[in-house]
Design a protein around this ligand. Structure first.
Ligand SMILES: NC(=O)c1ccc[n+]([C@@H]2O[C@H](COP(=O)([O-])OP(=O)(O)OC[C@H]3O[C@@H](n4cnc5c(N)ncnc54)[C@H](O)[C@@H]3O)[C@@H](O)[C@H]2O)c1
Length: 353
């Protein structure tokens, strides 16, 4: 049907309902197919949302002429296979975050992406909010001048009444050997680099990581040997610096986080989470620094789940690039890969090309 997009979801696990529920009221969206290797998962999701076509093999979903585009919502280690197959079958693809487990997998997706097909990633999720959009427009206007420093510093306490079952990357086998950096770093880094207009690629990266604190390890074991804390710095193209810290199991009594973009003529303080204010701008002036709230009100969670799906559908219908295309996702993945390599080798890692 003209002006609409027939969507199929590949992977009917935990996140699938967030995609369907928060986009199904848009007249341009037609949820036509669902696929999961677990038949009971397909039936459950398809019944829940009245999705007519049900499959247990990706190739069968891709043979369905009503499917124009797919959302790949399998685990990160299983994104590349369905994404490549979908591009080869001439479908547009929105991939869940993190886009992949290494840059080579993103390059494989890009190699399969035919001319005219949209390839997007859900790491853009937290840039769907009014605060992030206002910040993006302000940076793009040039009023604050060139970006000098991108930073995020986020600390989460251990899960309350910790019983050794979460976060999932500690306990789910086959996750891919990656922890908090893969799971949340893609959001933080997409947020900062995307708001800054994707004008900064990593040149040199230095990172260190740590595992679960001993007190909690005693409860949790056996656990996947992945990082729960990361500290990283990077020199970026265009003369910008990246200063990044995120940890879970941190010794804090409540979550705290700060996301900031410093520029030649001022700075932005941002909240990726639904706090208030969402975005504050600080401008150098003759008598000091003037601060102004750009967006005050917190957002509601559905906005961040709806955002990437509607952006994907609009990108298809309008023939434009999505918020985070695969080219951008590759930058994020290279940066992440370099952080893992630096932490493993204890040396700074040169990024390029
Ligand atoms: N759970 C969340 O809160 C959440 C939030 C945001 C993003 N995500 C992202 O969404 C993705 C999925 O996460 P989830 O929590 O829904 O995982 P999940 O394990 O609950 O669901 C994944 C589903 O994919 C199916 N699957 C695996 N390989 C398949 C294949 N080749 N073909 C068809 N189906 C296949 C599995 O059977 C499973 O039902 C991940 O990339 C994750 O990072 C999850």
């Amino acid at each position: 049907m003209a002006g609409t997009v027939g969507l199929g979801i590949i992977g009917c696990g935990q996140i699938a309902p967030a995609h369907i529920r928060n986009s199904q009221d848009d007249p341009r969206v037609r949820w036509v197919a669902a696929c999961d290797v677990r038949p009971e998962a397909v039936e459950q999701r398809a019944d829940e949302f009245g999705i007519p076509h049900r499959y247990t093999a990706v190739e069968d979903l891709l043979a369905d002429p009503e499917v124009d585009a797919v959302i790949v919502a399998t685990g990160p280690e299983a994104h590349v296979g369905p994404a490549v197959a979908a591009f080869e079958a001439g479908r547009h693809v929105l991939v869940e975050k993190p886009v992949a487990v290494n840059a080579g997998q993103v390059e494989a997706m890009m190699a399969a992406q035919r001319e005219g097909l949209v390839g997007a990633c859900c790491s853009a999720r937290f840039r769907s909010t009014p605060g992030a959009r206002a910040a993006t427009e302000l940076i793009a206007s040039g009023e604050l001048g060139p970006v000098r420093r991108l930073s995020a510093d986020v600390l989460l306490p251990p899960p309350a009444n910790y019983d050794g079952t979460s976060p999932f990357f500690l306990h789910r086998p086959g996750w891919g050997g990656q922890g908090i950096l893969a799971d949340w770093g893609c959001y933080d880094l997409d947020f900062l680099l995307g708001i800054a207009g994707w004008a900064h690629d990593p040149e040199l990266v230095l990172a260190a990581m740590g595992g679960v604190p001993a007190r909690y390890r005693a409860i949790a074991e056996p656990v996947n040997d992945v990082e729960v804390g990361v500290a990283a710095q990077a020199r970026m193209t265009g003369g910008a610096a990246l200063d990044y810290r995120r940890a879970t199991f941190a010794a804090v009594d409540a979550q705290r986080g700060a996301w900031r973009i410093e520029c030649e003529h001022g700075a932005l303080d941002l909240d990726l989470m639904p706090g208030s204010p969402q975005a504050v701008v600080h401008r150098y002036a003759a008598d000091g620094v003037h601060s102004e709230t750009l967006v005050d009100e917190p957002y509601e969670w559905p906005i961040i789940h709806r955002g990437p799906v509607i952006d994907f559908v609009e990108a298809i219908l309008e023939g434009r690039a999505p918020m985070t295309g695969l080219r951008h996702a590759l930058v994020l993945q290279r940066l992440t890969d370099a952080m893992y390599e630096s932490a493993r080798t204890g040396t700074a890692v040169v990024c390029g090309g």
